[in-house]
Design a protein around this ligand. Structure first.
Ligand code: PHE
Length: 340
């Protein structure tokens, strides 16, 4: 008799659980609750059999009946909650969804370019160093073979901070500072801000980045210079990139050159980005003028070297298709957050 009742309870638990699991909606579940556990339900029916048991046997069956009742009741509640979520998902938090990532800031596109350039030159044996944004007239011009009555001083139209201090107009003064501090061989790259009294328009900014490079040793020739720049261009812009050197003039290099690379957008065919030339200028360069070696105390008979000044902002604009240089300096988060 006891076994019979326990068997019936097991059966009720199994069947009940099955019906609950497939029940659809609160109404059906309430109906099941009444059928299974209600006053006239199946559990009550089974418990009628308790009357035929001895007082010792009753508690065993009673305890099992309570357990089954609790289990089924809990199943009904769970299923009901699940049906509600399915019916109105927006009203519930789905804890299995990944959280929303907070924007922690991006890396400025010019910084991305500067870091990449420095990484390439590091592989070529160049160290990364820094200079001063506030410079002396001496280092900005005089030590670079640019006497103060030289037209280049005017051309730069400098921000002076007094008689002899200014915001540097280029990163080249760091050439002199590095050479005064270290004996050859010297190989450095120097990223940093430079300042000129230029209008703030689509292609000019009064402050912008430059990246200076300097290599000095015995026996360095123009071939080393061309090979280094060409190798850099292939690594940075891609293996099919061509490099071109145009004659130019800087007081602190002789000979001097403007460095162009084949346009990244049209591959050299000519497009609006390269003004139909197929080329894009990346900076000025040349062999270090012996007068500069003299100014910093290097023996110009013994040492030769090359120097270059790249424009990372221009390069970033070309790489990321940025049409207006002002976007780089206005710190509009909607623009900056595109770069990571
Ligand atoms: N300092 C030059 C400029 O600002 C660029 C340059 C650097 C040229 C090094 C030659 C060598 O235009």
């Amino acid at each position: 008799m006891v076994d019979d009742l326990l068997e019936q309870l097991r059966e009720l638990e199994k069947e009940g659980a099955g019906s609950i699991a497939t029940a659809d909606g609160a109404e059906e579940l309430e109906r099941l609750r009444v059928d299974l556990l209600g006053r006239k339900g199946r559990l009550t029916g089974i418990l009628r059999g308790l009357g035929g048991l001895s007082p010792e046997e009753r508690p065993r069956v009673g305890a099992e009946a309570n357990r089954v009742k609790e289990v089924l009741s809990a199943r009904i509640d769970e299923r009901k909650a699940a049906c509600e979520v399915a019916a109105a998902p927006e009203a519930h938090v789905d804890l299995t969804l990944p959280g929303r990532a907070r924007w922690r800031g991006g890396v400025h596109p010019v910084t991305l370019v500067v870091d990449e350039i420095c990484d390439i030159f590091r592989d070529l044996g160049f160290s990364r160093v820094r200079g001063h944004e506030v410079e002396t007239v001496e280092y900005n011009f005089v030590k670079l073979n640019t006497p103060l009555d030289h037209p280049a001083v005017d051309m730069h139209d400098t921000f002076y901070l007094g008689e002899s201090l200014l915001l540097r107009t280029h990163t080249s003064p760091v050439q002199a500072r590095v050479m005064e501090q270290f004996r050859p061989p010297v190989r450095v790259v120097v990223p940093g801000m430079v300042f000129r009294r230029d209008p703030f328009d689509a292609s000019h900014a009064p402050g912008f980045e430059q990246l200076e490079g300097l290599a000095v040793d015995e026996g360095i020739t123009f071939v080393d210079f061309k090979a280094t720049i060409s190798e850099f261009a292939r690594r940075f812009f891609g293996p099919t990139t061509k490099t071109r050197f145009r004659p130019s003039f800087f007081p602190f290099t002789e000979p001097s050159a403007e460095v162009d690379v084949s346009c990244q957008l049209c591959g050299g065919a000519g497009c609006s980005a390269c003004k139909r030339t197929g080329w894009m200028e990346i900076g000025g360069a040349g062999m270090v003028d012996p007068a500069v070696f003299e100014a910093v105390g290097y023996d110009p008979e013994r040492y030769t070297g090359f120097a270059f000044g790249l424009g990372p902002a221009r390069i970033a604009m070309q790489r990321y298709g940025i049409p207006d240089i002002r976007l780089l300096y206005e710190n509009d988060v909607r623009f900056l957050e595109q770069f990571v």
